[in-house]
Design a protein around this ligand. Structure first.
Ligand SMILES: NC(=[NH2+])NCCC[C@H](N)C(=O)O
Ligand SMILES: [Mn+2]
Ligand SMILES: [Mn+2]
Length: 314
């Protein structure tokens, strides 16, 4: 049992809300919908309780029940109405937990869920909210620029209203692009590159991690968006930010990623700020790879979450 976990925004008794979001409609591979279930089966809730937190376990309404009878015409964009419905549902759950000043952890599911979780946390915390998007990918395609048509490649554009599709009109928040930073990028589409540059968004790629080290990169990100460490932070963690050696069971792996220690360090450093209010742990796909790959990836996800809420800090 850990004594006090200090956090500027979460009120004692320190509570964590584990929100299962078993959804894979934001991309084409089945299996991501089992990510949350596998992390829970591995004992995540109990592990967090052992750390001294009060754990609330909840789930979004089953995505199957949120599936529209038919999808509107939307070019190559897949499941646009379904993704919208599921994200709207997630947004309200995350907002509710954040308003109760519990730390909201979304267990995905694919990264399209980021539309809902960011909308929810930002509705609760307002424009102070800072977002760290830790990923191999920028996920900032608009519905015009996406080549795959998978919305898990578009959540940042939708959440920040760069993509203004009327289907997502319920996304009304005060997210600020100058309080967003990426860490770990190494697979950016050409059109995404243009968006990142045009909007002057803060990006730390693998190059920066190699050049400065992860510790300095984290400090630079904080200096940029949260210099006095007095603003709430939402960590959106795509497991594919790690090198596939450390997280093989994921749908869009990219070689040359962060090491296990770099990922853990990042989570520890965030925990140390005392500002973390929400986490997304997404893109774990238990159906990819053999049972070894599965357990490596699931254990990794759980371990990162525990570190982000203070496991390895004294
Ligand atoms: N959340 C993810 N794993 N996203 C991968 C996105 C890949 C590619 N950029 C796309 O738009 O389709
Ligand atoms: Mn990714
Ligand atoms: Mn992603």
């Amino acid at each position: 049992m850990y004594t006090t976990i200090s956090n500027k925004f979460i009120k004692a008794p320190f509570s964590v809300s584990l929100i299962s979001a078993p959804f894979s409609g934001g991309q084409g591979k089945l299996g991501t919908e089992y990510g949350a279930e596998e992390m829970l089966k591995f004992g995540l809730a109990n592990q967090i309780e052992q750390m001294g937190y009060v754990v609330n376990q909840l789930s979004i309404e089953a995505p199957e029940n949120l599936k529209p009878l038919s999808e509107p015409e939307s070019g190559n964009i897949k499941n646009i109405q379904w993704v919208s419905n599921v994200c709207k549902e997630l947004s309200s759950k995350v907002e509710q937990e954040c308003r109760a000043r519990s730390l909201a952890i979304t267990l995905g599911g694919d990264h399209s869920l980021g539309i809902g979780s960011l909308d929810g946390s930002s509705k609760a915390y307002g424009d102070d909210l800072c977002v760290l998007w830790v990923d191999a990918h920028a996920d900032i395609n608009t519905f015009d620029t996406t080549e795959s048509g998978n919305i898990h490649g578009c959540p940042v554009a939708v959440a920040y209203r760069i993509e203004k599709s009327p289907i997502f009109n319920w996304v009304q928040n005060n997210l600020r692009k100058d309080r967003l930073a990426y860490i770990g990028l190494r697979d950016i589409d050409r059109e995404e590159m243009k968006i990142l540059k045009d909007l002057n968004i803060k990006v730390f790629t693998m190059y920066h991690i190699d050049k400065y080290g992860i510790s300095k990169v984290f400090d630079m990100a904080m200096e940029y968006m949260n210099p006095n460490l007095d603003r709430p932070i939402h960590l959106s963690f795509d497991i594919d930010c790690l090198d596939p050696i450390y997280a093989p069971s994921t749908g869009t792996p990219v070689r040359g990623g962060m090491t296990s220690r770099e990922g853990h360090f990042l989570c520890e450093a965030i925990s140390e700020t005392g500002c973390l209010v929400a986490i997304d742990l997404v893109e774990v796909n238990p159906r990819i790879g053999d049972t070894d790959s599965l357990s490596i990836t699931v254990e990794m996800g759980c371990s990162l979450i525990r570190c982000a809420i203070g496991e390895s800090l004294l």
